[in-house]
Design a protein around this ligand. Structure first.
Ligand SMILES: C[S@@+](CC[C@H](N)C(=O)[O-])C[C@H]1O[C@@H](n2cnc3c(N)ncnc32)[C@H](O)[C@@H]1O
Length: 239
């Protein structure tokens, strides 16, 4: 098989944060296979790309990835695995026709992205496939830039964690590290705010909603915050 699958980070939202390499690949691939979290929803990754270039008559394959927690020990649930299998089959069909495929993913593919799950699923079916990863600007980098809060300096120890798992683990991480980036905070923000308050860390925390997108919002005063925030929200705690 001569065609290549490119798994490309397109940054956190601002189309100007798409790298030149990602841009070139997105412009040249005949097929864009784009992820979305609900069957009828839109793909955020694709909407970032559309703001940067005219997609013309490019073939777009919409791939559905259910937004569910994936535990390292137990692996994906059956429906999630089935969705990955289906996505892999869709992509392989294009590659078998000799068409290069680009899979744009939010931020960087190395950070909590479906890109690697897709990669492993495809490789399990067709080990000789050519795959190239292209790094993108991670959401946390954009959140740091927009707030002027560095992520880590000097001998700071950094932890990056999804906030959707056990609160006990988050407490321990907040106590042990100097800089903590909490992602996927939207459903547990009230619990996180209470925990930060208890640990006297509220004044060390900043929350960025939709960094680099048109409704970007920086929350500096988190005390007593109960309002709903968008899924695209990241909390940086820097002691
Ligand atoms: C599935 S992860 C994707 C992370 C992405 N691969 C990266 O490199 O940043 C989704 C989480 O990334 C964070 N995120 C993504 N885009 C964001 C943005 N524009 N502003 C703030 N946080 C964002 C949020 O914490 C969100 O819940």
């Amino acid at each position: 098989m001569n065609a290549t699958l490119y798994i490309v980070g397109v940054g956190p939202g601002d189309p100007e944060l798409i790298t030149r390499k990602a841009f070139r690949i997105l412009e040249n691939c005949p097929v864009i296979a784009t992820p979305k979290g609900s069957r009828n929803g839109n793909s955020t990754a694709l909407s970032i790309v559309e703001q940067a270039m005219d997609l013309g008559d490019r073939e777009i394959a919409h791939l559905y990835f259910p937004m569910k927690k994936i535990h390292k020990k137990t692996g994906p649930t059956k429906d999630v695995q089935e969705a990955w299998n289906q996505a892999a089959e869709q992509i392989l069909a294009f590659l078998e026709q000799g068409k290069d495929v680009v899979f744009p993913t939010l931020g960087d593919p190395a950070i909590y992205s479906t890109g690697y799950y897709l990669y492993e699923t495809i490789l399990a079916r067709q080990p000789n496939i050519k795959v190239e990863f292209v790094p993108g600007i991670a959401a946390m980098s954009s959140c740091s830039a927009t707030t002027g809060v560095p992520i880590c300096l000097g001998d700071d120890r950094l932890a990056v964690i999804p906030a959707t798992f056990a609160m006990g683990d988050i407490r321990e991480t907040l106590q042990q590290f100097d800089s903590i980036v909490l992602m996927k905070v939207h459903r547990v923000l009230d619990q996180l705010v209470a925990l930060l308050d208890e640990l006297n860390l509220l004044d060390k925390a900043v929350l960025v909603e939709r960094a680099g997108m048109k409704d970007e919002y920086i929350h500096k005063d988190l005390a007593g915050m109960t309002e709903q925030v968008h899924y695209f929200s990241t909390l940086i705690v820097r002691k």
